[in-house]
Write a protein that binds this ligand. Structure first.
Ligand code: NAI
Ligand code: 15L
Length: 276
């Protein structure tokens, strides 16, 4: 999409972590209008897209010195890297918990003033699907993964209060080409709407630390974005176009976590301990 009318000129250099991942691939293309240079980074290597403005920097988010180098010279950070599903705590610790600290500390040291943080609905996954919540609802993480995103939001809040670094934490629902199941009919975020939300998160002034739910204009939603209206996010897509396909799936039992909790099956992942 092209920048909306109140968008500013492109940033000189944007950093995208997690660039080799599912959403990273989408954003490498979608962010083109917003950066003269897009620095793309992941723990795995990637070829720069041909004929573009990309620079590739391999980096393990758990490596503080490497993250410090990664952030040098960028104007804003889109932090999408890390473990994106439930895993043993030790895996989450390095990539997500140490990783988000390294990102903010490098932002402080290099004077970066805007971060877009890929948070997750799993920060509030233990709410039930019949509850409606806004961005101020007490968090109810459903997993070590959800806890790491909750910690990331706290890190964002702290770095704004202490150092004035602004963040939009996007509690992404389910961002895939299409919803996979009934739960995702409520949580789906189209790629087009994701890119619009990121554009708003980059260009809206004075966001402080804003929490926004990343969902399309779906029916029967559980999340209320009235606390983030200043972003001017107006989703263009809806999961309703996939209704027939999803309704053809077998109906899960009424007590299946996928039908009960906002976080779905994440609430019953694990435990991973050696002595269970
Ligand atoms: P993904 O798993 O496809 O991509 C994550 C990327 O992070 C991978 O390319 C992986 O190699 C990289 N990574 C993992 N550990 C790393 C480390 N230690 N150092 C550097 N890079 C590392 O996930 P996806 O779907 O693209 O999600 C992107 C972000 O958005 C993630 O932070 C995820 O938690 C978040 N998110 C995604 C949702 C979705 O529906 N796709 C929903 C909610 C949140
Ligand atoms: C997430 O946070 C995950 O990264 C993604 O893979 C999906 O599981 C999504 O949440 C979801 O809840 O559907």
């Amino acid at each position: 999409m092209t920048p909306t009318s109140n968008a500013q000129a492109p940033f000189n250099r944007l950093l995208l972590t997690g660039a080799a991942g599912g959403l990273g691939k989408v954003l490498r293309e979608g962010l083109r209008p917003y950066a003269n240079i897009l620095r793309v980074s992941d723990i795995v290597n990637m070829a720069p897209a041909t004929g573009t403005h990309e620079e590739v920097q391999v980096c393990d988010l758990a490596d503080k010195a490497a993250v410090h180098q990664l952030v040098e010279g960028v104007d804003a950070i889109l932090h999408f890297g890390g473990v994106s599903v439930e895993r043993p705590f030790e895996e989450i610790l390095g990539a997500n918990i140490c990783g988000v600290f390294h990102i903010y500390e490098a932002a402080r040291r290099h004077g970066v003033k805007r971060v877009i943080f890929a948070s997750s609905n799993h920060v509030i996954g233990f709410y039930k699907q019949n509850e409606s919540i806004d961005g101020n609802a007490a968090r109810r993480p459903d997993s070590y993964y959800g806890l790491s995103k909750s910690y990331g939001e706290d890190m964002a809040s702290f770095y704004f209060d202490r150092y004035g670094i602004e963040t939009v934490s996007i509690r992404i629902g389910s961002s895939f080409p299409e919803p996979h199941n009934r739960r995702m009919m409520s949580t789906w975020l189209s790629f087009r709407d994701l890119v619009q939300l990121i554009e708003r998160a980059l260009y809206t002034p004075n966001v402080g630390h804003t929490v926004v739910y990343g969902m399309s204009d779906n029916q029967n939603v559980w999340w209320d974005n009235h606390l983030a209206t200043h972003l001017g996010f107006q989703p263009q897509d809806s999961s309703v176009v996939f209704s027939a396909k999803i309704e053809a799936q077998p109906m899960p039992a009424a007590d299946d976590p996928a039908m009960v909790y906002q976080g779905g099956a994440f609430v019953e992942a694990g435990p991973f301990g050696d002595d269970d």
